[in-house]
Write a protein of this length. Structure first.
Length: 281
């Protein structure tokens, strides 16, 4: 029931009360029973005024709750718009990065280019990680808002124990909870999508690097028929690749406590020795 209607009913009941001192005939002296009736009416009148004041306060609380609910919905809308903008920006960044990679593959096939690509890749991954951290912070803020809303809901439920006709308010609360749950699912889906896109980006870079290494090996085989000369060039290429890997990936990861640095070993590249073993077998 609308609190305004409840207040109106209380006011109407005051107009039709059994006894009103202002309308009574002061020339008639009440007997003892009439006096008791008057005392009872005064008591009921006091109780009625107190009930009216309680319902008015309840209506004010409802208005405040409704206002805060509107503010929360507005913040959720702003958050969704910001998520959409971030997603669009990520797509543009991926497209721009793809164009840069294509140009690098066409122009450069030397070992120094592989090193530069690794540096750029690490920088972009760090930037993306910062964006993910920002999203995580916003998600924590949203969870705090959700917690505050849950506390308001719990307080409201306790206040409504004396009133059994608040179905409309309960429906509003349910809608807000469903909206929050949907927002959480959408946010989890966005994080999963960003993770998949980042993994695809890393995979593409690694495939590009592997392709360039294969091209260098084929170039050595085609330009040098002498096996000893091929062996020297392969060994030099392996040493260059090892230096790039060590400086740009292995050493930075070993300095981080939260990576899989303990999985790295200090043994050297044994590619040529393995080839010789296979030839002997």
């Amino acid at each position: 029931m609308d609190p305004n209607n409840i207040v109106c009913i209380v006011e109407k009941s005051q107009e039709f009360q059994i006894f009103n001192p202002q309308n009574s005939n002061s020339s008639i002296m009440p007997n003892q029973k009439d006096q008791e009736l008057m005392n009872t009416i005064y008591f009921l009148q006091s109780e009625l005024n107190e009930i009216k004041a309680n319902y008015q306060q309840l209506f004010k609380d409802f208005q405040l709750y409704h206002q805060r609910s509107e503010e929360l919905l507005s913040k959720q809308s702003q958050y969704l718009l910001k998520d959409q903008q971030l997603q669009s920006d990520y797509k543009d960044q991926i497209k721009s990065l793809q164009n840069e990679i294509d140009q690098l593959v066409q122009r450069n096939k030397e070992t120094l280019i592989i090193k530069n690509e690794n540096v750029k890749l690490l920088e972009k991954l760090q930037n993306q990680q910062e964006q993910i951290d920002k999203l995580q912070t916003e998600r924590d803020n949203l969870q705090d808002l959700n917690k505050n809303l849950q506390e308001m809901i719990e307080q409201r439920r306790n206040a409504d124990q004396a009133e059994s006709k608040n179905q409309e308010l309960n429906q509003i609360i349910q809608n807000l909870e469903e909206a929050l749950e949907k927002s959480k699912k959408d946010y989890d889906f966005l994080l999963l999508q960003m993770k998949e896109e980042k993994e695809q980006e890393i995979k593409f870079h690694l495939e590009s690097i592997a392709k360039q290494i294969i091209e260098k090996l084929n170039k050595i085989n085609n330009q040098h028929q002498n096996w000893d000369q091929q062996k020297i060039l392969r060994k030099q290429l392996a040493q260059d690749l090892f230096e790039i890997f060590n400086q740009n990936l292995r050493l930075p990861l070993k300095t981080q406590d939260l990576t899989f640095r303990h999985e790295f070993q200090d043994n050297k590249i044994n590619g040529f020795d393995e080839i010789q073993k296979k030839k002997i077998q």
